[in-house]
Ligand binder design. Structure first.
Ligand SMILES: Cc1ncc(COP(=O)(O)O)c(C=O)c1O
Length: 380
């Protein structure tokens, strides 16, 4: 049997990881500034993470959500404390799309309304409901098109209000920072006004923090820069540092009813062990502070690179906008053994390094970036 070839691949096979680096079979060492789509939060092969998962699998790897799983309570408690959302409840699932799908469903269960407002260039996942609120027709099949969704321009509060006035809006879904689009930050005023409008029109505010959350920006959630408190917050990626685990943080006014949500694998023993280990390491190694400080240093260094037209993002969620498509530059960086990310905007390179990155790795990247930009100029 062959694999269903939906992924264009980089011709490298990482077989080992350590901190911000991965290695191939020939011991080539690559600087990982992409973390496999922003998943690697605490760094590759953290010893505490390995120990916690290894200890757990030696006891019990899985049982379903039909029995007591105290590890889920432990994870929820730790997450509540570290995120500042200890009064919220947690629903556990397996992927970002599933978290958003459940959030959209919960909102509609709550207010009985049908429609959703989303934003141009949004990315929320590849399941039916999440594709309907994702602004990318090329990844939607005809079955995914929905009359229930209105797309409005990002940061345009008047457009949101106009959409809300049409009625029957159950929820609005927005990324803490638009990631796949090319690192677009919402304005603080916009988020505050969005929360006010949600309260006025009784629309559920869903913050998708799947890429921007878990400490990446220097706060636990990117929306915390605006001081707002959404009704539902979705998490995945950095939550398990590679182990598939995701969740929805749910305001206490949403009442749980048996059977309204569910999952076979969600919140299993190994997923919880991974999630708890990630939070322990984030706390012990002060990775949120590190993301803020090293993120600031990173941005300062990038400001010296004159080819970058626009520097976007917060903390360690960084977009570098050039005046040309970045494909060739990214290929040169791979030759120099550096992984970076692309985005929907062909001129924007995404950097989503592990939160444990240090200044020396930033310096290494800047040297290699300058070298590759020089090489690119000579080629063209
Ligand atoms: C903001 C955001 N939401 C949702 C998703 C979907 O997550 P998953 O691929 O785990 O389903 C992603 C993935 O890139 C994302 O960046």
């Amino acid at each position: 049997m062959n694999l269903f070839g939906v992924y264009p691949l980089i011709n490298i096979e990482p077989v080992k990881g350590e901190g911000c680096f991965v290695f191939d079979n020939d011991e080539n060492k690559y600087l990982d500034l992409y973390g496999g789509h922003a998943v690697i939060s605490i760094g590759h092969n953290n010893p505490n993470y390995i120990k916690r998962i290894t200890d757990q699998i030696q006891k019990l790897g899985f049982y379903s959500n039909s029995v007591i799983i105290t590890l889920q309570n432990e994870l929820a408690e730790k997450l509540g404390l570290i995120s500042g959302y200890d009064s919220y409840n947690l629903f556990l699932c397996n992927s970002g799309a599933e978290a958003n799908e459940n959030a959209l469903k919960l909102a509609s269960f709550k207010n009985g309304k049908h429609k959703v407002v989303s934003f141009f260039n949004a990315f929320h996942g590849r399941t039916a409901g999440t594709l309907a609120v994702t602004d990318n027709p090329t990844i939607s099949a005809p079955i995914n098109k929905s009359d229930h969704v209105t797309f409005v321009p990002f940061n345009d509060i008047r457009a949101v209000e106009n959409a809300f006035q049409k009625g029957d809006i159950s929820s609005v879904i927005i990324e803490g920072i638009q990631g796949v689009a090319g690192i677009n930050c919402p304005d603080i005023d916009f988020l505050v006004q969005l929360q006010d409008l949600c309260q006025k029109f009784e629309v559920v505010l869903i913050l998708d923090e799947i890429q921007s959350g878990y400490g990446r920006t220097g706060k636990f959630f990117a929306h915390q820069f605006a001081g707002i408190k959404p009704d539902l917050i979705t998490i995945a990626k950095g939550m398990g540092n590679g182990f598939p685990v995701a969740g929805v943080l749910i305001h206490p006014r949403f009442k749980a009813v048996y059977g309204m949500l569910g999952s076979t694998f969600g919140g299993n023993h190994l997923a919880c062990a991974a999630g708890i280990a990630v939070l322990d390491v984030i706390e012990k190694e002060k990775l949120i502070e590190n993301a803020g400080l090293v993120g600031e240093y990173f941005q300062e260094q990038l400001k010296q690179v004159k080819e970058i037209m626009n520097l976007k993002g917060k903390g360690l969620m960084i977009g570098l906008e050039f005046s040309f498509p970045v494909t060739e530059l990214r290929n040169l960086l791979i030759e120099e053994k550096v992984f970076t990310g692309s985005s929907k905007d062909k001129n924007v390179m995404r950097l989503l390094p592990p939160l444990s990155i240090g200044k020396s790795e930033v310096d290494l990247f800047i040297t290699k970036l300058n070298y590759c930009l020089h090489k690119l100029k000579q080629k063209n």
